[in-house]
Ligand binder design. Structure first.
Ligand code: THU
Length: 136
């Protein structure tokens, strides 16, 4: 059970995602995505999409945020807020699976603006996510 003292409310986390968008590198799609991933210990890891001329080498904001956290030794998360061009952006299938590895019960928050946020469980939006328990 996450320590609720370490919680950040959905609106504030979404604002952090929107603020992160300024560093998005998206010259090909012009869809600037920001993510703010909250760890159980109350730290926020932001991420942006980083596109590439090859297109296929592009990385999404959610995986950038998660990779930053894991590389800093943080693996337990409670929620993630995501924005695209200041509005709604649900994680792609690859990102859902990537996040599922660490936090199957993660809350996923996005919306058209901070006053209309949706809050869903990752397990709800990724049915039967894949996990190899024997790696633990
Ligand atoms: N994108 C994300 O950053 N996160 C998602 O979950 C959906 C897609 C990015 C990838 C690409 O740079 C742009 O949005 C358009 O697909």
């Amino acid at each position: 059970m996450p320590d609720m003292n370490k919680d950040i409310d959905n609106k504030e986390l979404f604002r952090m995602a929107v603020a992160a968008e300024k560093n998005s590198y998206a010259p090909f799609s012009n869809f600037h995505v920001g993510a703010a991933l909250l760890s159980v210990d109350g730290r926020v890891f932001t991420g942006v999409n980083v596109e590439n001329s090859s297109l296929g080498a592009t990385i999404c904001a959610e995986r950038t945020a998660c990779t930053k956290a894991v590389s800093e030794g943080v693996r337990e998360f409670t929620k993630i807020a995501i924005s695209g061009n200041g509005g709604e952006a649900w994680p792609c299938g690859i990102c859902r699976q990537f996040l599922y590895e660490f936090a199957p019960n993660l809350r996923v928050i996005t919306g058209v603006d901070e006053d209309h946020l949706q809050d869903k469980s990752l397990s709800e939006i990724l049915l039967d996510g894949f996990r190899v328990e024997s790696f633990e």
